[in-house]
Ligand binder design. Sequence first.
Ligand SMILES: C[S@@+](CC[C@H](N)C(=O)[O-])C[C@H]1O[C@@H](n2cnc3c(N)ncnc32)[C@H](O)[C@@H]1O
Length: 263
Amino acid sequence: MRPILRWAGSKRRIVSKLADYWNASGSTRYVEPFAGSAALFCSIEAKRAVLGDMNGDLISMYEPVRDHPNRVANALHRWAGEKDEYYEVRATLPESLAPEVRAARFLYLNRWCFNGIYRTNKLGHFNVPFGGNRVGPSVTREDLLRFSKLIRWTLLVPGDFSETLTHVEPGDFVYLDPPYSIQGVRVFNEYVSGGFGASDLQRLRLHLENLHSKHCRFLVSYADCEEGRALGQGFKIDVVEVTRNVGGFRSRRRKAREILIHN
Ligand SMILES: C[S@@+](CC[C@H](N)C(=O)[O-])C[C@H]1O[C@@H](n2cnc3c(N)ncnc32)[C@H](O)[C@@H]1O
């Protein structure tokens, strides 16, 4: 199935290439510590999974979608997607809402905001402007019911990737899609305050070594750059070509190389 979110850095366009590495038996557990919209997970429809992300609002949205998809759909479909309404919904404090309305608010803002970006101000309030009408179809009740079924047996973990990796067991398949950190190059990696930097990449490298010694198969996608090559040193590295929208605009596309690190 398709993800229920638009997400910066989503791997929607290369899922068919990524899926070749999954190639697992039906009982293999899938773990994704930088889940975002979890495009690969949705595509392979893994039966058992652990999904984690540092964005706590994202994980708090997935929980009611998993447990009460109809209630989320009822709340979501009260809104039409108009500009004034968008700013009204954006101004409501998520803490003041019931979990399923809060999840609907997250989905609504994600659908109608500019470029599907998640960005908050210093107070932690979502502050992305209205994106206009070029945002594609809204999530339907059927999408939510299907996704709910897909994540029925999924453990959801809010927090740093190291937290999700504490749940990994021998035999699991781990897909890691961290934000890019490339020296001297401006890339969108402000998913969470503080961003993702060189020290995070070093931590990640140690976790890859740990996964390898635990007999877990892993796959990492990263930009083809010095930092990515260092992250994968000593493991297998394949190169794929991807088409990216420059600044999020579909009319301005360019080709880029990404690497897939695996063991
Ligand atoms: C490139 S996106 C992942 C996209 C995802 N593969 C998809 O298909 O949508 C990176 C994700 O990592 C999350 N993130 C950033 N720093 C993190 C950290 N230290 N630990 C866990 N997740 C983090 C962001 O919130 C974002 O959702």
